[in-house]
Design a protein around this ligand. Structure first.
Ligand code: ADP
Ligand code: ZN
Length: 516
């Protein structure tokens, strides 16, 4: 029966991944939390069950324009729907009340502000509301950017009406999920669905920064004439990179939050309109961009979290045709991102969570197997096999047991009081008696020269991977001095082993292969 309604009312041939199960569970009157990416088809997941159930489903949504669009579309499809929002004319409001009184509505859209007025609960009770749907449920999270205080009243509404609630959001991180459960469901776990995060047409690839400018230029040159976005970590970099691309004969423009509104709008309009334009941007670019044929997205610098990475690469290939991504990262990026978190205004718990999100991204960068599997696993979605459409599936890296090397590096760190950055530590490991090394007496340490079986650049790659695995972290207050994390101790004690990759930077620069 859901499939019939899907065809008759919406004219769709089948469900999108995950939709059917959510529709059925909501229709059964169970509490549901569904996490689906933007454009995944969430609205159908509460609209269709509303038609299968007795009574009215009230839909709480923060965006008036969106509510009006949906109501219009539903009415055109012959569904009795109405909205109570501040944008209504008196006439429209009267009509909605009349329809409610006669039991003639299936879906009632409502702005959260409406819940603040005393009569609303009684009105909804009298109208025979039998279910609540909440769109953009992450608006209940005080941590998020979209916090809407009136969303906090939804929990009360559910209690007062004693009806099932289905909450929808595209925000997938565990913390926000927990807040939604606490605030909308009184802490009682709803049936949770997390679906459709895979974008199989997008190829995933990461590269350690070797010569970043050349790596980007090569990537872009191979895609001449295609529309793409390059995300940069700073405003200044967007300008210099755009200039370099233009010089190389590409058509590129910079875009960042420091620009006036007018030139920004101009870039957005050009990107939408032109074929083959490259926008070199900070994260300020993308929110309102609805261009289906973006063929590639590159990150010139490491994004700030795995969520940010997913969002940004997700702008490519909306049309479903093949799209490519490349993310560059290096130790400086890791240091910068850690510093940004540590120096931010958030409280300790929040900072811990932000470090964890960054770690998840670094883990993806330093992955030793299929990247898509790892990315989706982070969002709670399991893949049955490897994807075949990421750099690691296509050319599996050579791995080696790096336990010994990592132990040497960690013990050099410990013996020097966790007071130095990787450069000095590498001097010690490779036995190079620089002035600084001699001054500090580090040439007399037992670790001095124990790492001569690796070259300097190989050691750099090892340190980067150690940071990626969060075995050590740079300390922003000590100019990036590295200190051990809790994860390092089992390795030092010989209880844990580490697998490392011979990556491209290691092979290209070192010439010889690292000994296993
Ligand atoms: P979001 O998850 O961002 O709220 P929407 O509910 O607006 O997404 O759906 C995104 C688009 O996908 C809409 O144009 C919708 O009509 C379309 N859509 C949703 N479900 C299906 C389906 N089963 N088959 C085809 N198109 C669908
Ligand atoms: Zn893969």
């Amino acid at each position: 029966m859901p499939a019939d309604l899907l065809r008759q009312v919406w004219g769709f041939d089948g469900f999108r991944p995950g939709q059917q199960q959510i529709v059925e569970t909501v229709a059964q009157g169970r509490d549901v939390l569904a996490i689906m990416p933007t454009g995944g088809g969430k609205s159908l997941c509460y609209q269709l069950p509303a038609l299968m159930r007795e009574g009215v489903t009230v839909v709480i949504s923060p965006l008036i324009a969106l509510m009006r669009d949906q109501v219009r579309a539903l009415r055109e499809a012959g569904v009795a729907a109405g909205a109570l929002t501040s944008g209504n004319t008196q006439d429209e409001t009267d009509q909605v009340f009349q329809a409610l009184g006669q039991g003639g509505l299936k879906l009632l859209y409502m702005a959260p502000e409406r819940l603040a007025s005393g009569g609303t609960v009684n009105l909804l009770r009298r109208a025979g509301v039998t279910a609540i749907a909440v769109d953009e449920a992450h608006c209940v999270s005080q941590w998020g950017h979209d916090f809407r205080p009136d969303y906090l009243r939804i929990g009360e509404l559910k209690r007062a009406l004693d009806v099932p609630l289905a909450a929808f959001t595209a925000t997938a991180d565990a913390e926000t999920r927990a807040e939604i459960v606490a605030r909308l469901f009184d802490g009682r776990e709803p049936m949770t669905f997390l679906r459709g995060f895979d974008r199989p047409n997008i190829r995933l690839a990461f590269q350690p920064k070797d010569s970043p400018r050349r790596q980007l230029m090569d990537f872009v040159a191979a895609r001449r004439g295609q529309s793409g976005i390059i995300y940069c970590g700073s405003r200044a970099r967007t300008e210099t990179l755009a200039a370099a691309l233009n010089e190389a004969g590409h058509s590129a423009v910079a875009y960042h939050g420091g620009m006036e509104a007018e030139p920004r709008r101009e870039v957005e309009a050009r990107f939408q309109r032109e074929d083959g334009l490259i926008v070199v941007a900070t994260v300020a670019f993308g929110m309102g961009i609805d261009k289906p044929d973006i063929r590639w997205v590159a990150h010139a610098d490491l994004p700030k979290s795995i969520e940010a990475y997913y969002q940004e690469i997700g702008r490519a290939g909306r049309d479903g045709d093949p799209a490519e991504t490349l993310t560059l990262y290096g130790p400086d990026d890791i240091r910068l991102r850690r510093t940004q978190i540590d120096e931010g205004l958030a409280d300790a718990a929040r900072k811990g969570a932000d470090h964890a999100r960054l770690n998840a991204l670094l883990g993806l960068a330093e992955a030793t197997g299929c990247r898509r599997r790892r990315l989706l696993a982070y969002f709670g979605e399991e893949m049955s096999g490897d994807c075949g459409n990421c750099d690691l599936c296509q050319s599996p890296p050579q791995l080696f047991d790096g336990t010994e090397a990592v132990r040497k590096a960690l013990s050099a760190m410990l013996r020097t009081g966790e007071w130095f950055g990787s450069g000095h530590l590498i001097d010690i490991l490779t036995g190079s008696a620089t002035a600084k090394v001699r001054e500090r007496g580090h040439d007399r340490l037992p670790t001095f020269g124990v790492g001569q079986d690796f070259s300097r650049s190989q050691w750099q790659a090892i340190f980067r991977q150690m940071m990626g695995l969060d075995l050590c972290r740079p300390d922003p207050e000590r100019h990036g001095a590295l200190h051990l994390t809790d994860a390092a101790h089992p390795i030092l004690r010989g209880e844990d082993r580490v697998t490392l990759r011979h990556d491209t930077a290691m092979r290209a620069r070192a010439g010889n292969v690292v000994r296993a």
